[in-house]
Design a protein around this ligand. Structure first.
Ligand SMILES: [Zn+2]
Length: 258
């Protein structure tokens, strides 16, 4: 079974460089042939990149998340331009809107989001999109500004009606470990109904641990539990589901066979 974890905050799972290498190695032994490493800020990106750039199953996304809106860092745009030139950097993100934690104000979040969507389009990269309690604004902005290479709504948290709008924009929808929670009915309905060709999976580690590992810190090696759950929900063979999700990940991020 080949798996691709499209969203892991390796720098948040563990700060120690040796431990980070162990985490990605352990995931590889569990069939996780690809991990997209997500940074929270640009400092974090360059640190984790330096440590993991030679790990054969790790790819990288670079961007300024809405949590950094009041302090994106000096020259952040040119740093992203430099970052995407590096080997194995395949996406811009996570970027988006977070109205739950009220980072800065809405207008400055929206401005930062749009500037990075335009940057991704200009540089030719897909985007990893964060949405927390900002669904309406996110979809309206994407209707106008989704880059040519497309993107993924990560850690999906909306309902099936919303998903249909996103699917119409050719967005991918990525499920994290919270899809395995018993009361997550909106997520179950979406995961059951949507075309598998537009689905991705992720751990969003260290958060969103699948219910089988509840109480622990999430890590990429737990991804198989989420894939197993989705396969059962759809009543499809897990081998086929995992392979399709794996191929979807390669396609969106423009990665050749790993
Ligand atoms: Zn994240």
């Amino acid at each position: 079974m080949r798996l691709f974890d499209t969203h892991a905050h390796i720098g948040l799972i563990n700060e120690d460089p040796i431990e980070q290498l162990i985490i990605v190695k352990e995931a590889q032994q569990e069939g996780v042939r690809g991990i997209l490493s997500i940074c929270n800020n640009l400092h974090d990106f360059f640190e984790v990149y330096e440590n993991l750039r030679t790990a054969s199953n790790v790819y990288f996304s670079i961007g300024v998340s809405p949590s950094e809106v009041t302090n994106p860092g000096r020259d952040w745009e040119s740093k992203i331009e430099q970052g995407v030139e590096l080997d194995r950097v395949v996406a811009i993100g996570e970027i988006g809107l977070d109205y739950y934690r009220k980072f800065g104000d809405k207008d400055s979040q929206i401005e930062l989001f749009i500037r990075q969507l335009e940057l991704a389009d200009r540089l030719g990269y897909p985007v990893v999109i964060h949405n927390r309690e900002a669904g309406q604004d996110v979809i309206e902005i994407l209707e106008e500004k989704l880059p040519e290479r497309g993107g993924v709504l990560h850690c999906y948290s909306e309902d099936w009606a919303y998903a249909q709008n996103a699917l119409d924009l050719n967005l991918y929808i990525s499920f994290a470990g919270n899809v395995t929670y018993r009361n997550a009915r909106n997520l179950h309905e979406t995961a059951r109904n949507m075309p598998l060709e537009q689905m991705l999976v992720e751990t969003e580690s260290p958060f969103m641990v699948p219910s089988a590992h509840r109480g622990k810190r999430n890590k990429p090696s737990y991804l198989a539990d989420t894939v197993q759950f989705i396969a059962e929900l759809r009543d499809e063979p897990v081998e086929e589901v995992s392979e399709t999700l794996y191929q979807n990940s390669l396609r969106l991020f423009g990665i050749k066979e790993t």
